[in-house]
Design a protein around this ligand. Structure first.
Ligand code: PEP
Ligand code: MG
Length: 538
């Protein structure tokens, strides 16, 4: 028996045989072409074929998985029309007499490298799309069939998977994904969660054809894949699978029940989302509201700022979709690990301590007010609350509120309906936690961002995996701050919630309830489990 470990993307247990997913190597002719015009015609023909293939895959995905997921395939279809890509291939064909396949291969590799080197995790995660698309075009141009077929229950082992890799496989046979690369923001991760397939990324397993067909078992809770597992491991995993099944069934019974402790305290159990596409998961998991809508995702992966109309449409769709339940939208939290080129931000030595979130918004009031106007417009269609991220000083909150009032006034002057919005803050700097008494007098609510509050309190870069041994989410300093925040909130009669990852840690639920927290906002998949813990609490 051999075992390999990585990071869990979706937990669960799976048994099957290894299916090594590796694309056959394509060989391209590097000799110069004699007729660049003909090569260009051939290339345009390949674009049409790829478009037809992707359209078919788009339809299949829409039918079998869902409309939102099909958009992932559409990203590649859009890339086929990308002028930078077409121009770069055209230049090689015309100026260097490259054959079409060779030109696509070179441009694909260059673009892949450029995207893979980006810091913004969303943009970085687009690199496999580029590799996938250029592979598809090269395969068409070289006439090589790259279809791979599974024959039984399969544990798919791959370097990385692209959406069309994943969606092109027979999902009835996939029992788990194990990839050497891939991030939690990758398409494998997104799809695995939606398809509820146990998945491990960044696994230290070799992607070697010699593994093909070996018996395998995945412990998606611990992030371990076993090859030729022994009897004891198989028994343990079978028991674990039974437990998962029983737990999932018992959680179903909690759907629709109120989230209330035994002593009668009602807790708001809300979902964290990144955009309209996550609304379905929030509703499917019985979220009582949205406690954190990370609005910056609307700004990422594009060439320019989203306009007022586009933002209004997104906020309105979520507000309407939640049918009167509270939707807390966080204003733009760009900077640090979330970068978009068009913001033109300088490279910083300490980006986490740098120009980010509300600091950028206060520096660029017109940009900020565009978002605020969109929020006020959407508030006319639902129950929207807004919170400002990374607040460290009282003046910042005051200035945000002034700009919000100006934005609302501008709408009124234009004769456009604006709803009412509670303006709260994220408490994610130690400064805000320590000045919570003052902030509570002027904020409508507090939502604690434990991810950043931990990073700043313990001086542990949340991006640095090496620091994991030093990371203690139960550190007394953090617990003291958490206690102080909710106490200050209640003293001033406002509610306090937790929207950082720690909010979903079931071993912390009792602590948060005993401190008096009123709300927990977590990834949709954790909601029913937490409802059970809360209902069991005295
Ligand atoms: C947090 O810091 O805990 C938080 C919820 O915000 P983000 O993870 O988006 O920084
Ligand atoms: Mg944060």
């Amino acid at each position: 028996m051999r075992q390999f470990s990585g990071k869990t993307v979706f937990p669960g247990v799976a048994f099957g045989r290894v299916f090594v997913f590796s694309r056959p190597k394509l060989t391209v002719d590097t000799s110069p072409s004699r007729d660049p015009d003909e090569e260009w015609r051939v290339f345009k023909g390949a674009i049409q074929t790829a478009n037809a293939q992707l359209t078919a895959l788009f339809e299949k995905t829409k039918r079998e998985v869902g409309e939102d997921e099909a958009q992932i395939v559409d990203i590649q279809r859009m890339m086929l029309e990308d002028e930078d890509f077409l121009d770069a291939v055209g230049a090689l064909i015309r100026e260097e007499a490259s054959r079409a396949a060779y030109a696509v291969d070179r441009v694909g590799k260059r673009f892949y490298g450029q995207f893979a080197a980006l810091e913004d995790p969303y943009m970085k995660a687009r690199a496999p799309d580029i590799a996938d698309l250029s592979h598809r075009l090269t395969a068409i141009l070289t006439g090589m069939d790259t279809a791979l077929t599974m024959t039984g229950d399969s544990i798919v082992v791959a370097e990385d998977l692209t959406p069309s890799d994943t969606l092109g496989l027979d999902k009835n046979l996939i029992r788990a994904f194990v990839t050497r690369r891939g991030s939690t923001n990758s398409h494998t991760a997104i799809l695995a969660r939606i398809l509820k397939i146990p998945s491990i990324v960044q696994a230290d397993i070799p992607v070697d054809r010699a593994l093909e067909g070996l018996e395998a078992a995945v412990d998606g809770h611990a992030g371990i894949v076993y090859l030729e597992p022994d009897g004891a491991v198989k028994k343990r995993l079978r028991d674990l699978a039974e437990r998962d099944k029983a737990e999932a069934l018992s959680l179903e019974a909690l759907r629709g029940l109120p989230t209330v402790t035994k002593s009668g305290k009602k807790i708001e159990l809300a979902a964290n989302i990144g955009g309209v596409q996550d609304l379905e998961a929030a509703l499917a998991n019985d979220a009582e509201g949205i406690g954190l809508f990370r609005s910056e995702f609307l700004y990422l992966g594009r060439e320019d700022y989203p306009g007022e109309e586009e933002q209004f449409t997104a906020y309105r769709r979520v507000a309407e979709g939640m049918k009167g339940r509270r939707v807390v939208i966080r204003t733009l939290d760009i900077g640090a690990d979330k970068q978009a080129d068009y913001f033109g931000l300088d490279k910083e030595d300490n980006p986490a301590l740098g120009f980010r979130a509300v600091r950028i918004c206060l520096d660029r009031p017109e940009m900020f007010k565009t978002q605020l106007r969109a929020l006020y417009r959407a508030a006319a269609f639902g129950n929207i609350a807004v919170m400002f991220p990374m607040i460290a000083s009282l003046w910042e909150l005051r200035r945000c509120k002034e700009l919000a009032a100006e934005a609302k006034k501008e709408l009124e002057n234009r004769g456009i309906a604006a709803g009412n919005i509670d303006l709260g803050i994220m408490v994610e700097t130690p400064a805000a936690a320590l000045c919570a008494e003052d902030l509570a007098k002027e904020a409508a609510f507090f939502s604690v961002g434990t991810n950043d509050l931990t990073q700043y309190t313990l001086a542990i870069d949340r991006q640095n995996a090496k620091l994991e041994p030093f990371l203690n989410t139960r550190h007394p300093a953090l617990l003291k701050l958490l206690g102080r925040i909710v106490e200050a909130a209640h003293k001033e009669g406002i509610w306090a919630g937790i929207c950082g990852e720690l909010g979903a840690d079931p071993e912390m639920t009792e602590t948060f309830l005993s401190m008096g927290y009123d709300e927990l906002s977590v990834s949709p998949g954790f909601i029913l489990g937490l409802r059970k813990r809360i209902r069991d609490y005295d």
